[in-house]
Design a protein around this ligand. Structure first.
Ligand code: ASP
Length: 423
């Protein structure tokens, strides 16, 4: 059976098992919840374990192979334009949907008057702390890490990526024999990392089961369904906007800009998309994204090694869209009528903060607090969306990963690659 079917079945079983056992269900004194957590964490650790060596070797090999600085500049320019354009489109879709459906108004009243905010704000503040968006200027400071080993150890991907780009660029320029030695060395590491990724991918169905069962058990326990009555429209608005981007905009770009069959690309990316959905982390999914884009979609390492690692932290269409919808929703819920200028500021901030957000679960929340701060909304508004955040996180992460993969296809085609999505 194909891997993505196995993962899909695991997902369905996880929903059933998680809801059935809940947080407290146990057998012979052993809580099911603990078993799910153990399996899920083990799988997640496996994925995270390979990120640093995979990202470093993939970028070095890819960039060292590019050759001239002009070719490098062209690739970088195209990638940047793709990232910005798709993120801007996704935020605009979010803005349109949230203005049309107005999920923050419930039966003519701002939502805040309808429900009592019960969630503990300080607990949420703890949760979002250290998620890595920080101040906007900070994003650029983190790009050049004072200590590259520390950046790698702390999962600061931007810094690690920047160093790897520089390293790869100069590997091609040090002259022989070093250039050849270094290239061979890193190419070897890269191949081994891909093999390890394949090995870990075999456990994806079990890992996904654990991860999703935990989420479902938590969701069942949090009175999710009761809240759905008032938060349902917000939930639906986010899903609708994400679906428009995922099922309409992206295929159109694939068809018209890249000239490939979008259905083939969905099929090629299925294992990575399902893993993104289950882990809610673009970073943890990165090994699978690279594997699927190179092996299934046929994009060269030269393109994917640049577009994908960078994209997993910089290009977050789903996240930017969510930030915009969430901030607008909170404004509506507090009875605030935002002017066009203020809405434009939200769009801009969603775009900028999504660049700095780390590819880890719930990372958007900290970006949303930044946006709320800028437009003067109370931070406790976060408590409104907190309960439904995880499920929406799973969906937006899949969109983030899909947009990165489409970027690799589009840019690969623009760079003249012929073998992309041919079967
Ligand atoms: N979880 C998302 C990701 O890893 C980031 C976010 O929107 O919270 O892509």
């Amino acid at each position: 059976m194909k891997l993505h079917w196995q993962i899909l079945i695991a997902l369905v079983l996880a929903v059933i098992a998680g809801l059935a056992t809940g947080v407290e269900g146990s057998l012979l004194g052993l809580r099911f919840y603990d078993v799910y957590t153990f399996i899920g964490t083990l799988f997640l650790n496996g994925l995270k374990m390979i990120i640093v060596p995979l990202v470093v070797s993939s970028i070095i090999v890819g960039i060292a192979g590019i050759g001239s600085s002009r070719a490098f500049g062209r690739l970088g320019g195209r990638t940047l334009i793709y990232y910005l354009a798709t993120t801007f489109i996704s935020v605009s879709i979010g803005l349109l949907v949230v203005n049309t459906l107005t999920p923050g108004i419930y039966e003519g009243q701002p939502l805040k008057d309808v429900i009592n905010l019960t969630a503990d704000v300080s607990a949420i503040a703890d949760k979002v702390e250290g998620r890595g968006a920080g101040d906007l200027v900070d994003v650029f400071l983190r790009m050049v890490p004072p200590n590259v080993v520390a950046a790698a150890a702390n999962g600061q991907m931007l810094g690690l990526i920047f160093f790897s780009l520089l390293f790869g660029f100069f590997v091609a320029r040090v002259g022989e024999p070093h250039a050849e030695n270094l290239y061979g060395f890193w190419a070897g590491i890269y191949e081994v990392m891909l093999q390890i990724t394949l090995f870990i991918m075999r456990f994806a169905p079990i890992g996904v089961f654990g991860l999703v069962a935990v989420v479902m058990a938590d969701t069942g326990a949090s009175g999710f369904l009761d809240l759905m009555e008032v938060l349902g429209l917000f939930f639906f608005s986010v899903l609708l906007a994400l679906a428009l981007h995922f099922l309409v905009v992206m295929p159109l770009i694939l068809h018209f800009v890249a000239g490939v069959n979008p259905v083939r690309h969905y099929r090629a990316m299925a294992p990575a998309l399902l893993t993104a959905f289950s882990t809610a982390s673009s970073s943890a999914t990165l090994p699978l994204t690279i594997e699927c884009v190179e092996k299934n979609a046929g994009v060269s390492n030269r393109t994917s090694s640049f577009v994908l690692p960078l994209g997993s932290t910089v290009n977050m269409d789903g996240t930017a869209l969510y930030e915009c919808v969430a901030a607008m929703f909170i404004a509506q819920a507090y009875g605030l009528d935002l002017s066009l200028t203020q809405q434009f500021v939200i769009v801009l901030l969603a775009l900028l903060t999504s660049i700095g957000v780390a590819g880890v679960p719930s990372a958007s929340l900290v970006a949303i607090t930044i946006i709320l701060g800028y437009i003067g909304l109370p931070l406790e508004g976060i408590a409104l969306i907190y309960v439904v955040d995880r499920l929406l996180d799973m969906c937006r992460t899949a969109v983030n990963v899909f947009s990165d993969s489409c970027g690799a296809v589009v840019i690969g085609r623009l760079e003249g690659e012929e073998g992309i999505l041919k079967n």
